[in-house]
Design a binder for this molecule. Structure first.
Ligand SMILES: *Cc1c(COP(=O)(O)O)cnc(C)c1O
Length: 398
C-alpha cells in the first residue's frame, strides 16, 4: 500500500488495534502493576523489558511498560519516519536519558550554541559527568575526538531561530551520532532523520501537546538506540504518565493544522514588526536574509511560528512592552494555542553565562514570541499599541 499522507498518519497512527478492541478512542491504562499469573514465564518477560526489549505479554510494572504511552510512541515514530520512539516525563528527562545511554561509549559531547537554556545548563554544568566542546555548526569536524559520543544541535535554534544544515553537520560528525532538538520545527516542518540525524528530540510539552496542559519528552530513533533508551528509562524512572501519553497522542491529530496556521500568523507578525520604528531587528527564518543557507524548501517545509525581535531601547524597552501587552501572555514555553512572549536574557536563557549569551546572539533587548492561533490582526493590534507607546515615550524624553 502507498505510504499514507502525513495528515492521515497524524490522525490514525498508534490506533491500529482500536477497531479490534471495539473502541473509538485509545483506552488509558492507569495500572501500576499487572497480575502475573504463573511465575514460570514472567522472569523472561521481565528480562526482555529490563534490557529495553519489546513487551512479551505482561507489562509487569508501569515503570517497565505502559500501553497508552506506547500508542503515542508509535504515532510519533510514524510522523518522524523513525523505527521507534521512546517517551519521557519531560524534554529534559529525554535528553538526560540520551546522554546517559551515550555515556557508555565515552564522555565527550560536541554541541552548537545557542540551544535551549536547560540543555545548555545540563551540558555546561557537567552534572552528568560529560565534557562539552561548543562549536559553530560549520566547525563540528574539528571538535570531534576519539571519545566523542554525540553531537547536539537545535534547529531552528532558541531563541535566534537560526537554521542549521543537518546533512552538513552529519557529514562532519563522521560516524558520531547527531541529535537534533526539533522541538521548534515539529515533524510537520522537519524530519531530521531524513537528513542524517540519528536521534530527534522533542519537548512534547510544546507543539506536540499543543495546549499548554501536558509535560513530556520524546526521542525518535532506530531500534537499537530505542532499546538503550528504554533500558535507561526503566533504570532511572523518567517515565511519561499514561494520561500525559493519551493527551500527547491526541495532540498529534491536530498538529499539522495547528503548526501551519500558527506559522501563517507568525509570518504576518514578522513583517509588521520589521517595519516598526521601535524594533531594531527581527529574527524569523521567513524574512529576507533570515535563511542565509537556503534551508527552507530544502530541509524545512516552512519558517515556523516562533520569532524574536529586538527593541532599539534595550532591556528597559523590552520590559515596558511586556507590561503593556494585554492579549499576548508574558510567559515562558511555546507551541500552545495562545500566543506567549518572553524575555530570553532574564528567563529561558538566564542560566546561560552572560558572555555565552551575548556570543550566542541573545541580546538584552530581545523578546521571543510563540505565535498561537488567535487572529493575527488582533495580535498585531496589541503589539503595535505597546510599541507605539515606546516611540512616544522616547519623543517625550527628547
Ligand atoms: C522546553 C524545551 C526543552 C525542555 O523540555 P521540557 O519538556 O521543559 O523538559 C528542550 N528543548 C527545547 C527546544 C525546548 O523548547
Amino acid at each position: 500500500m502507498k505510504q499514507l499522507g502525513f495528515e492521515t498518519r497524524a490522525v490514525h497512527s498508534g490506533r491500529e488495534d482500536l477497531t479490534q478492541l471495539g473502541v473509538h478512542v485509545p483506552p488509558i491504562d492507569l495500572s501500576t502493576t499487572y497480575p502475573v499469573g504463573s511465575i514460570g514465564s514472567i522472569g523472561e518477560c521481565f528480562d526482555a523489558l529490563a534490557h529495553g526489549g519489546p513487551l512479551r505479554d505482561n507489562p509487569i510494572y508501569a515503570r517497565l511498560h505502559n500501553p497508552t504511552v506506547v500508542r503515542f510512541e508509535k504515532a510519533l515514530a510514524a510522523l518522524e519516519g523513525a523505527e521507534e520512539s521512546v517517551a519521557f516525563g519531560s524534554g529534559m528527562a529525554a535528553l538526560t536519558a540520551v546522554l546517559l545511554a551515550a555515556r557508555q561509549g565515552g564522555t565527550h559531547v560536541v554541541a552548537c550554541r545557542p540551544v535551549y537554556g536547560g540543555t545548555d545548563h545540563l551540558l555546561a554544568s557537567g552534572l552528568l559527568g560529560m565534557e562539552v566542546t561548543w562549536t559553530h555548526p560549520h566547525h563540528v569536524a574539528k571538535a570531534i575526538r576519539p571519545d566523542t559520543v554525540l553531537v547536539i544541535i537545535e534547529t531552528p535554534a532558541n531563541p535566534t531561530l537560526a537554521l542549521i544544515d543537518i546533512a552538513r553537520v552529519a557529514a562532519q560528525a563522521g560516524g558520531v551520532p547527531v541529535l537534533v532538538d526539533s522541538t521548534f520545527a515539529t515533524p510537520v516542518l522537519l524530519q531530521p532523520l531524513v537528513h542524517g540525524a540519528a536521534l530527534v528530540l522533542h519537548s512534547a510539552t510544546k507543539f506536540l501537546g499543543g495546549h499548554g496542559d501536558v509535560m513530556g519528552g520524546v526521542v525518535a530513533t532506530n531500534a537499537a538506540w530505542a532499546a538503550r533508551l528504554r533500558q535507561v528509562r526503566i533504570a532511572t524512572g523518567g517515565v511519561l504518565h499514561p494520561e500525559a501519553g493519551y493527551m500527547l497522542h491526541r495532540g498529534l491529530a491536530t498538529l499539522p493544522i495547528r503548526v501551519r496556521e500558527a506559522q501563517r500568523g507568525a509570518a504576518f507578525l514578522a513583517e509588521r514588526l520589521a517595519s516598526h520604528p521601535a524594533v531594531s531587528r527581527v529574527w524569523y527564518p521567513g524574512l529576507a536574509g533570515g535563511d542565509p543557507e537556503g534551508l527552507i524548501g530544502r530541509q524545512m517545509k516552512g519558517p515556523g511560528s516562533l520569532l524574536s525581535f529586538e527593541l532599539a531601547g534595550g532591556a528597559r524597552a523590552a520590559g515596558r512592552v511586556m507590561e503593556r501587552l494585554e492579549l499576548l501572555t508574558p510567559a515562558v514555553s511555546l507551541g500552545s494555542v495562545d500566543t506567549l512572549i518572553q524575555h530570553p536574557a532574564s528567563l529561558t536563557h538566564r542560566v546561560v553565562d552572560a558572555k555565552d549569551r551575548e556570543a550566542g546572539g541573545i541580546s538584552e533587548g530581545m523578546l521571543r514570541v510563540s505565535v498561537g492561533l488567535e487572529n493575527p490582526e488582533d495580535l498585531w493590534a496589541d503589539l503595535q499599541r505597546a510599541l507605539d507607546g515606546l516611540v512616544s515615550l522616547e519623543r517625550l524624553a527628547g
